[in-house]
Ligand binder design. Structure first.
Ligand SMILES: *Cc1c(COP(=O)(O)O)cnc(C)c1O
Length: 461
C-alpha cells in the first residue's frame, strides 16, 4: 500500500535555513546580476537547482571520514583507501585524484587529443569540449536522433548513433580521430542514460579502428541504475556488477566526484591497466594538480569521496533519488509543461523551445524562462541551450543548439518533495503569462565558457 510513496532511505540530522526574499528584492538582484543567475548571491536564492555538482549533503559516515583525514603530502592513507575503492567498484588498477572533473580533463586530454584531430562523443559536456579545444582538437557529437525529440520515449536517449559515428571515422580516417568519450549519463541531452549494449558496441568500434576510449563518468551510478531498471538482462544484476561491466569496455575515465560520489569537491582519473599512461598522467599531475597521492585535494576530501562512492551505488539511495526527479517531471507533464521525456537522472529538463516558441534560439528562450522562474519563486535553474553552446570557434557565428532546456537540477539528499512541489507550482504559475516573457541580448560576452560570466538584458520590443 505504501509502495507508491517515495520514502527517503535516510533521516535528517542537520539543517541549513533558507529564505525567500521579497519579489522587489528578487527583481533588483536579477537586474544587478545582468540577467545571469550565475551572478546572484546564494542568499538571494530560495531553492537552488542550478546544479547537482558539489551541492550534495554528505552523510554522518562521510563527515566522520573528514575527521580521519591524513594530511601527509605523500602517501596519505586516504589515497590508498580511495585507490582500493576504485579497484573495488570499477575494477581499475590505477587512480590519480584531481581537484574536480575539469582538473582531471586538463591532465588527461592533452595526452590523448592531437592537434586538429577529432574527439567523438555522444555529447561533450561543456568543460570536456573546452579541454578538447584547448588541446587543439575538435569535438564532434553523435547522439541518437530520438534524443532531440523531447516527447518521444526512448529508454536510452544518451546512446550513440553507431552508424553515423562509424561512417565519420571511415570518411575522416581513423588517424584523424584521437579519442572516443562516452558521457554517462549524457548531461547535455537531459541526464539521459547510455545502454550497456550501446557502450559495448561503441567499444567494439573503438577496438576495430584502434582508437582509445574513455568514460566521462560523473553520473556513472545513475547510469547503472537506469540499465538495471530498463535494459533486458540486467534486472537481477547488482549496481556494482553493472558498473564493473560498463567500465570493462573503456580504457580510462575522468570523473567529477561532485556528482555521484556525493561530495562537495573532488575528481579523479581512473586507468584500467595501462601502466605507461598512468605514469604519464602522474608526471603531468604534479605541476597541474599536485603530488599524485593528493591531486589538489586534502586527505579528508579523498576519504569523503571513498565513502561517498560506496553510498552512491546503494540501490535504495538511487531508487529514491531517481524517483524524486521523475515525480517532479511527471507533475510538470501533467500540467502541460513540456520536459525531456522520459525524465533523466539528475534533473528535469524543461523544453523552453516548445514552451516559449515566440523567442528565437539566439535570444535564449531557456535563459529567459530561468529568469522568470527566479522572479516567481526565488528558484534558480540553469540554461542548457544556445547560450551555453556559444559561437563557432572559426566563423564566430552563434551556434543553434538542438535543445533549449531550462535544467532544474536536484542536489543529492538536499531537498524534500515539498521543495520540488513548490518548484513545480511556481513553473505552472508562470504559464499564463508565458507569451509576455522577452528574449535576451548580450551587454557583455566573454569568449570562452561565456555563460558563466556573461551579462544580458531583455530585448524591449
Ligand atoms: C560536471 C561534469 C564535468 C566537469 O566536472 P567538474 O567537477 O565540474 O569540473 C565533466 N563532465 C560531466 C559529464 C559533468 O557532468
Amino acid at each position: 500500500m505504501t509502495d507508491n510513496l517515495n520514502i527517503p532511505p535516510y533521516k535528517i540530522k542537520m539543517v541549513e535555513p533558507i529564505n525567500l526574499i521579497p519579489k522587489k528584492e528578487r527583481q533588483a538582484a536579477l537586474k544587478r546580476a545582468g540577467y545571469n543567475l550565475f551572478a546572484l548571491r546564494s542568499e538571494e536564492v530560495f531553492i537552488d537547482l542550478l546544479t547537482d555538482s558539489g551541492t550534495n549533503a554528505m552523510s554522518d559516515n562521510q563527515w566522520a571520514g573528514i575527521m580521519s583525514g591524513d594530511e601527509s603530502y605523500a602517501g596519505s592513507r586516504n589515497f590508498f583507501h580511495l585507490k582500493d575503492t576504485v579497484q573495488d567498484i570499477f575494477n581499475y588498477s590505477y587512480m590519480v585524484p584531481a581537484h574536480q572533473g575539469r582538473g582531471a580533463e586538463q591532465v588527461l586530454f592533452p595526452l590523448l587529443v592531437d592537434k586538429d584531430n577529432y574527439a567523438l562523443s555522444n555529447m561533450h559536456f561543456d568543460t570536456t569540449k573546452a579541454h578538447v579545444e584547448l588541446a587543439g582538437g575538435k569535438a564532434k557529437n553523435f547522439i541518437i536522433e530520438e534524443a532531440l525529440n523531447t516527447d518521444q520515449y526512448h529508454p536510452f536517449k544518451g546512446n550513440f548513433d553507431l552508424n553515423k559515428m562509424e561512417k565519420f571515422i571511415q570518411t575522416e580516417g581513423k588517424n584523424n580521430i584521437s579519442v572516443i568519450i562516452i558521457t554517462i549519463t549524457c548531461n547535455s541531452a537531459g541526464g539521459q542514460p547510455v545502454s550497456m549494449d550501446n557502450i559495448r558496441k561503441v567499444s567494439s568500434i573503438a577496438k576495430k579502428y584502434d582508437i582509445p576510449i574513455i568514460m566521462d563518468a560523473a553520473r556513472f551510478a545513475e547510469n547503472a541504475f537506469f540499465i538495471k531498471s530498463r535494459e533486458q538482462g540486467y534486472e537481477d544484476k547488482s549496481i556494482k556488477d553493472i558498473i564493473r561491466e560498463m567500465f570493462s569496455y573503456t580504457d580510462a575515465f575522468t570523473m567529477s566526484a561532485k556528482k555521484d560520489a556525493i561530495v562537495n569537491i573532488g575528481g579523479m582519473i581512473g586507468i584500467k591497466d595501462d601502466e605507461n599512461l598512468y605514469n604519464q598522467i602522474r608526471s603531468k599531475t604534479i605541476p597541474m594538480e599536485g603530488f599524485p597521492t593528493y591531486g589538489g585535494l586534502a586527505g579528508r576530501d579523498l576519504e569523503a569521496i571513498s565513502r561517498g562512492l560506496q553510498e552512491g551505488i546503494q540501490y535504495p539511495y538511487l531508487k529514491h533519488r531517481i524517483n524524486q526527479i521523475s515525480l517532479l517531471g511527471k507533475k510538470l507533464l501533467d500540467n502541460q509543461i513540456p520536459v525531456q521525456y522520459p525524465v533523466g537522472g539528475h534533473a528535469v529538463f524543461v523544453d523552453a523551445k516548445k514552451l516559449l516558441p515566440h523567442i528565437p534560439f539566439n535570444q535564449f528562450p531557456a535563459q529567459a524562462l530561468a529568469n522568470e522562474l527566479y522572479l516567481e519563486g526565488g528558484i534558480r535553474g540553469v540554461e542548457i541551450g544556445s547560450l551555453l553552446l556559444g559561437r563557432d570557434p572559426e566563423s564566430k557565428k552563434q551556434l543553434k543548439s538542438p535543445f533549449e532546456f531550462l535544467r532544474l537540477t536536484i542536489p543529492r539528499r538536499v531537498y524534500t518533495d515539498a521543495h520540488l512541489n513548490f518548484t513545480a507550482e511556481s513553473l505552472i504559475n508562470i504559464k499564463s503569462r508565458i507569451g509576455q516573457i522577452k528574449g535576451l541580448k548580450f551587454s557583455y560576452e566573454p569568449e570562452i565558457l561565456r555563460h558563466f560570466t556573461a551579462r544580458l538584458k531583455p530585448i524591449s520590443s
